[in-house]
Design a protein around this ligand. Sequence first.
Ligand code: ADP
Length: 481
Amino acid sequence: MSLQRSSRILVIDDENRLRQVCRRVLEPEGLELVEAADGISGLEAIEEKRPDLVLVDLMMPRMDGMEVLAKAREKHPDLAFVVITGFATLEKAVQAMKQGADDFLAKPFKPQELRMVVQRVLRRVRTLQDMSFEKSRSRLLISSMSNGVLVADMDGTVALMNPALRELLGDKDMDHRGKPLEQAMPCPKVVEVLTRILAEGPQGEKGSVTCQIALDGPGQPQYLQVTCLPFLGGMDKMVGAMAIFENVTAWRRLDDLKNEYVSTVAHDIASPLGSVISQLDTLERGLAGELNEKQAHLIRRAKLRVQGIVDLSRDLLDLAKMDNSAAEKPEPLALGTVLAEAVEVQTPAAQAKGQALSLELPDGLPKVKAAPLALGQVFGNLISNAVRYTPEGGEIKVRAGGGADGLWVEVADNGLGIDPEEFERIFERFYRVKNADTRTIVGTGLGLPIVKKVVESLGGRIEIESAPGQGSTFTVRLPAA
Ligand code: ADP
């Protein structure tokens, strides 16, 4: 920051000659000089003229320099002082420095010495002024931010809570500084994450953790996206933890609207096309008259195409359902039942391709906490993929196991296999592996993204083992309920 005006120096000395010396030396430096002939008028000049630096003689009648320094500092703790002293009072100068003077000059001094001391102290003053300006600017910035900000000290007490956060929490006028986090913050999830970051300390992960929370208020619930991260001070030393709260309620509502729209459109497409398929089916089976080879081929192709659109609608519906997380509540589920149902649904497709589809379940599997439809989709998609990407006569094995520390479900086939280079991409929405083998297989590229999203939302993960021509094994790992 540059000062708006040239720095103002107040010289307090009962000797007119010394005041004139100061004026002669400092004015050519572009500094503004103000004079006072004794301590009392010096204190008045401080109030009136607001100098940046005071040069004060220690030995003066009525009020000496030390007293001026002490009195002025009571009101202006940051005001810069240089004491001027004779040889005999060097000891006093040391004492004045101990009391907080910024520097001293011993009489008689050379013009160059005066210039040097004044410039040195002014440089320090400017740095201090810059810092306090910076501090007040940051404070203003944080207070006027529309996002909520919470800073906690290393001991887990609140150091800062900006007005936006207080407003979000509905207690605008409360000052929570100094209170323990769990008292000041009504969101246990945020308290838990911040406490963990603080407990991990400087050795912990430096990255941020983002979570979504819902705040119940008098009206509609508010959805907040909260980013928690370590708060780093100078030299990147951790001095606390902070959380930034963004109100995403409007986005959530838009998202819900989008999901509703997608669901409606997908549903409106799937229903009439379902009846188109059954009519094509009637034609294909010759129930509306014998078909020649070419006609039967065309009808089969049309049916496949229409089935592709029906599948896409079904997957879009599934995605919309999942995005609308409030739609289904998780509950403790018996994995065996979910798997048996998924296998049963896919059995006709496997039989149509002459494949052996088997389920192997140990007794006493612990329950898993999930929404039934979502978990059904996970295994339904994996088994349907295994059936579709395994040639006729192939084998598909579904197995499960695990204990109280977690469960695993394996869907293994001896089909086409996947190149490891594709492992990441097949979990992207709409991505499909394109090669001569998969060209004729109808799909949407939405199955695996759905699987991944559901599994991760349950705190689990999915692993693949596969190679082209070697079959594939997808393993889902889930925490027990
Ligand atoms: P879709 O099967 O509808 O194309 P998915 O998201 O379920 O979409 O799968 C993405 C891609 O991953 C598929 O296009 C396919 O190439 C590959 N894939 C998935 N499962 C298997 C499997 N069991 N064997 C071989 N390839 C598979």
